[in-house]
Design a protein around this ligand. Structure first.
Ligand code: HEM
Ligand code: HEM
Length: 206
């Protein structure tokens, strides 16, 4: 991701056919960390019940979820802008499955927080993000805004977790078969273009 040309660090911001660039990687790993926070908080609350720790953890759930919603919108825009540059899918069934899996991840990353936000808007209680009140309490509930999340938010969220587990396992399966796709998202080596350029402009070694 980072190459050196004449002593200057060249960050590969955009994607290439060999690997994802810094922007895609930042979005992927920041969001993966925040998703882990969301799922761990809810899972621990289920297991140990309400304690001061889970109250804090679950207390941050809506705020972190809204940050994730904003990030997924940015990520979708970036993915569309980079679609011709990023590592291509393989031909055949494996490529189709990977494409379908990524599409489903995007659909759920968008639907899960969006449904919850609709519910928050429809509910009577105030809406606050990281302690900042965006809207005070309102009179009554708007049923069509709250009902979809009551049915689907939790179920779709656990489905997303199952898909993420499948997604991460596929990375390991590919690695075992000698096809290292992890290097596209975590590899440190500069892409061939940057390495060639670095060799051309680097001062002769002493
Ligand atoms: C993408 C981000 C999000 C993820 C991964 C996520 C995940 C989850 C999970 C796993 C549960 C537990 C469901 C259960 O008890 O079976 C849950 C519940 C809940 N979430 Fe989220 N959530 C996200 C965003 C949000 C947002 C943005 C809000 C509010 C604006 C929110 C509000 C709630 C509430 C109130 C509950 C408890 C009621 C329920 O189960 O529906 N979540 N969430
Ligand atoms: C341990 C966790 C994870 C690992 C090891 C991992 C690994 C990877 C790797 C290696 C790629 C590149 C695959 C390729 O080009 O074929 C990738 C892409 C992708 N990952 Fe993950 N990932 C993880 C977690 C997540 C999570 C939590 C999400 C979303 C909820 C996610 C969504 C995606 C998506 C949508 C792509 C396609 C590229 C993009 O649009 O950003 N991943 N992941």
């Amino acid at each position: 991701m980072i190459g050196r040309a004449g002593g200057r660090a060249d960050v590969q911001w955009r994607d290439t056919a060999e690997r994802y660039g810094a922007v895609s990687r930042f979005l992927h790993w920041t969001m993966a960390t925040l998703f882990a926070w969301q799922f761990a908080g809810m899972a621990i609350k289920e297991i140990v019940g309400r304690t001061p720790l889970t109250r804090f953890w679950v207390g941050s759930h809506a705020s972190v979820g809204i940050v994730l919603l904003a990030l997924v919108v940015v990520r979708l825009g970036w993915a569309l802008a980079q679609r011709r540059r990023r590592p291509p899918y393989r031909a055949g069934a494996a490529g189709l499955a990977a494409r379908g899996g990524h599409f489903a991840l995007y659909a759920l990353m968008l639907a899960v927080p969006l449904l919850a936000l609709m519910r928050a808007i429809g509910q009577a209680r105030p809406i606050a993000v990281f302690g900042i009140t965006l809207r005070g309490p309102r009179e009554g509930e708007i049923g069509w805004l709250t009902a979809p999340a009551d049915w689907l938010h939790g179920n779709l969220a656990w489905l997303l977790l199952a898909l993420v587990a499948g997604h991460a396992s596929m990375v390991l399966v590919h690695r075992r078969r000698g096809y290292d796709i992890a290097a596209r998202m975590i590899g440190r080596k500069a892409p061939p273009g940057i390495r060639r350029q670095a060799r051309r402009v680097a001062p002769p070694s002493t």
